[in-house]
Design a binder for this molecule. Structure first.
Ligand code: GLC
Ligand code: CA
Length: 563
């Protein structure tokens, strides 16, 4: 049997640039991470997903790789990286490396060579096309809402970039590209990594006929998804699985932002031998208000999406469970309350997610309830996407500056990238220098030191959730059943295992609410309260009557045969 350690694991996601600086240059680094391994271990995580630390011109902070086998000077040296892998393993923490295989930086030696001449041996590493009378080869747009084609003066052709123009898409039809990617993976496996998080997993196959992008705009479909069909990626992923993932026992998680559960099943059905799990963002797109005013999101929609993913991947395949990452604004601000009920709502969100079936990912700072901050001027942004959007909307389309700033402040990836808040000292203990990006002002009260000292903190609540996952098999195996889908403020569900049933009741609103668990969901077994975010009595018999739930209250009950 394959070693499926990841089925009971919890993964901590580190964005190195913002985690811990060790040499006062204002930028987080590898030695900084090493100095914080005890902390990650204390939380109870089993592995670390490390966002890229490769050499990069930092157009997209490491997601534009200019050398896959070198470490960026910002983060340290290869020796530091080896030390990190070694030290992490010594702490019982596996390292999951971020693989960016859809594109390289325009500063990668392959591209520097390729753009010089049509005869370059690296020319076919990328997608080149002659222009049309109208300009670029097609109307495709990048994720930056500009043309996905960039003209190369020297050779008179256009190259394809689905992200920024400085992230050039690799041509997967060229076997030499696949060879290089495999060699690069083996290089890192030899260094001791235990798995890969694969960036833009399903984007590698491009439709050669260049179908018009415009035809999909304003339709239900996402034009990006339509021009880059995941279908085409499966054979490549299967090939990598056979040649690398299975062969070397790598855990794999791929980013497939717009995957439906059915597509995720194709990727993760073990019989198909592709990857272990994927990240899709469907559940993070529920931010229009539902029918209940005290709830920020359309909770019925969220429940429906979560149920669909839980059920579709229940028997085969596997889910990721996540609220945040380095691209998403802070979840407690989005789905919870970052004021009075910050702690309560952060705990409630965590409990709701962590008791589902799948592998939970915790993004740095989530475990202490880090919130969004205010970005007041364009100079405070670091994310090239936000800056590009500002220029397009304000300068090119003449939109009101304040309005654009307010919008990008809300949606910017920089919200996830403000420095980790370690303590109440200057710059939150992140750096002794000038931080590369602003620190959230609330670090005086929201920080690790404070969290570790307070037994009621969000940190210790996450710790308790991880402990439940490690000690109660039903969390890993139980089947999921949603309770009362139409309730606009309460997300309740059970997980049924052979000998245990878990009951989770979470209130997503600010106003107290009364909720009744239908009889059929209450097993006739001995029950107890495992965890809650308000002091309540451990007496599951109260569940036979309607219960009053406090703002953002959450309760986890476990039912089993009496020992
Ligand atoms: C993924 C990464 C994101 C990056 C993009 C391009 O979506 O998570 O940060 O900008 O891929 O590599
Ligand atoms: Ca540094």
């Amino acid at each position: 049997m394959a070693n499926e350690w990841w089925k009971t694991a919890v993964i901590y996601h580190i964005y190195p640039r913002s985690f811990q600086d060790s040499n006062a240059d204002g930028i987080g680094d590898l030695q900084g991470i090493i100095s914080r391994l005890d902390y990650v271990k204390k939380l109870g995580a089993d592995a670390i997903w490390l966002s890229p630390v490769y050499k990069s011109p930092n157009v997209d902070y490491g997601y534009d790789v200019s050398d896959h086998r070198a470490i960026s000077e910002d983060y340290g040296t290869m020796t530091d990286m080896e030390e990190l892998i070694f030290e992490a393993n010594r702490h019982g923490l596996k390292i999951i490396l971020d693989i960016v295989y859809n594109h390289t930086s325009d500063q990668h030696r392959w591209f520097l060579d390729a753009k010089g001449s049509k005869n370059s041996p690296y020319r076919d590493f990328y997608h080149w096309r002659p222009g049309t009378p109208g300009g670029p080869p097609s109307d495709w747009k990048s994720t930056y809402h500009t043309s996905a084609w960039e003209f190369d003066e020297a050779t008179g052709e256009y190259y394809l970039h689905m992200n920024s123009r400085r992230q050039v898409d690799l041509n997967w039809e060229n076997p030499a590209v696949i060879h290089e990617v495999k060699e690069m993976m083996i290089y890192w496996i030899r260094k001791g990594v235990s798995g890969f998080r694969i960036d833009q997993l399903g984007h590698i196959d491009k439709k050669k006929s260049l179908p018009s992008y415009e035809q999909y705009v304003d339709k239900e479909a996402d034009p990006h998804v339509e021009i880059i069909k995941d279908e085409g990626a499966h054979p490549y992923v299967r090939h990598l699985n056979e040649a690398i993932f299975s062969k070397y026992g790598m855990m794999t998680v791929g980013e497939s932002g717009s995957a439906t559960p059915e597509e995720a099943l194709l990727y993760t059905d073990p019989d198909r031998k592709e990857v272990n799990m994927v990240f899709s963002f469907e559940h993070l797109q529920v931010e229009e208000a539902g029918s209940e005013a005290s709830v920020k999101i359309d909770l019925v929609e969220l429940k429906t999406i979560m149920e669909k993913w839980q059920k579709t991947l229940e028997k085969k395949g596997w889910n990721t469970l996540f609220w945040s990452n380095h691209d998403e604004p802070r979840i407690v601000t989005r789905f919870g309350d970052d004021g009075e009920y910050r702690a309560a709502s952060a705990k409630m969100l965590a409990a709701t997610l962590h008791m589902m079936k799948g592998t939970p990912y915790i993004y740095q700072g989530e475990e202490i309830g880090m919130t969004n901050t205010e970005f007041e001027s364009i100079d405070e942004f670091r994310d090239s996407k936000a800056i590009t959007e500002f220029h397009q909307r304000h300068y090119e389309q003449d939109e009101n500056k304040e309005k654009v700033l307010a919008d990008i402040s809300k949606s910017s990836r920089d919200q996830a990238r403000t420095p980790m808040q370690w303590n109440a000292e200057e710059n939150a203990g992140f750096t002794d220098g000038e931080p590369w990006i602003k620190v959230n002002d609330n670090y005086l009260s929201v920080n690790v030191e404070q969290a570790l000292d307070d037994p009621e903190s969000i940190f210790w609540f996450y710790h308790a959730l991880i402990d439940i996952r490690k000690t109660q098999p039903v969390v890993t195996d139980g089947t999921f059943q949603l309770i009362e889908r139409d309730h606009p403020a309460v997300f309740a569900y059970t997980r049924k295992g052979e000998e245990q049933t878990l009951l989770v009741i979470s209130h997503f609103g600010k106003e107290p609410v009364s909720f009744e668990v239908e009889r059929e969901h209450l097993p006739d077994l001995f029950g107890r309260l495992l965890l809650s975010n308000y002091p309540i009595e451990d007496d599951p018999s109260v569940l036979t009557e309607p219960i009053e739930l406090q703002p953002y209250e959450t309760r986890i009950y476990l039912f089993e045969k009496q020992a």
